[in-house]
Design a protein. Structure first.
Length: 231
């Protein structure tokens, strides 16, 4: 047991002094690089539920990680203490867009690089990753020639309500499917939700006009944006 303690103490540096200049440079670099990442996220975002607070979170997360790495340094005891402290934290908010997770890991990497003094790594990581993100966004990497929409239709209860709109939807959508059907107004009406893949030259007004002739002018709602449905 004593041998193990001695081996651990060889890797610990309890007497390390962190200067104010080190902290200032670390936090300043983490802040500047995270701002670049956050602005890149804002420019390349194509969803319909943009959150400015997420940009602030990216910047703060990078600075906090940098400070944590300064505190830990090469002290294993502090590292184990940090793991124990963070194990009680639980994040229950679901991440809607996988890109958000990638940006979180990016700012964490930047914070770790700044906290350990590898500023050249942090700058290179920020520059190359942000340039790659902008390039992929500019060339619309992974996108196709169709857009996705979500269609909600209220209709009176009919015998064949699942297929009454099929002929009309075929005229406007390349592909469609019934997502859900819900009874409303004490069972006198139905609300149908369809997922549509429509061409770029798609007229929402024409679709609504054609559907209104079939559902007795009840509510029709078309939501969604190009390639992203996160409502």
């Amino acid at each position: 047991m004593n041998d193990f303690v001695n081996q651990v103490s060889q890797f610990s540096d309890p007497g390390k002094i962190i200067t104010v200049s080190q902290v200032s440079i670390c936090l300043g670099m983490a802040f500047l690089l995270a701002v670049v990442v956050a602005k890149t996220y804002q420019i390349t975002y194509r969803g319909v539920s943009f959150s400015p607070s997420f940009m602030v979170t990216l910047v703060i997360c990078s600075m906090v990680i940098g400070a944590v790495m300064l505190i830990i340094g090469s002290n294993i005891a502090r590292a184990f203490s940090l793991v124990g402290a963070l194990s009680i934290i639980r994040f229950r908010n679901a991440v809607k867009d996988p890109r958000d997770v990638a940006y979180i890991f990016l700012v964490m990497g930047i914070g770790m690089a700044c906290g350990t003094g590898f500023y050249d790594v942090g700058i290179s990581l920020t520059a190359i990753t942000c340039a790659a993100s902008l390039l992929l966004s500019f060339v619309r990497f992974g996108e196709h020639g169709l857009t996705e929409r979500l269609l909600r239709i209220q209709t009176p209860v009919l015998q064949d309500f699942e297929h009454i709109f099929d002929d009309t939807l075929k005229l406007h959508a390349e592909n469609f499917s019934l997502v859900s059907a819900e009874s409303t107004r004490m069972g006198t009406e139905m609300e149908l939700t369809f997922s549509l893949r429509v061409p770029e030259k798609f007229s929402v007004q024409k679709l609504i006009d054609d559907l209104a002739a079939l559902n007795e002018n009840l509510k029709i709602q078309v939501v969604g944006s190009n390639h992203v449905l996160d409502l």
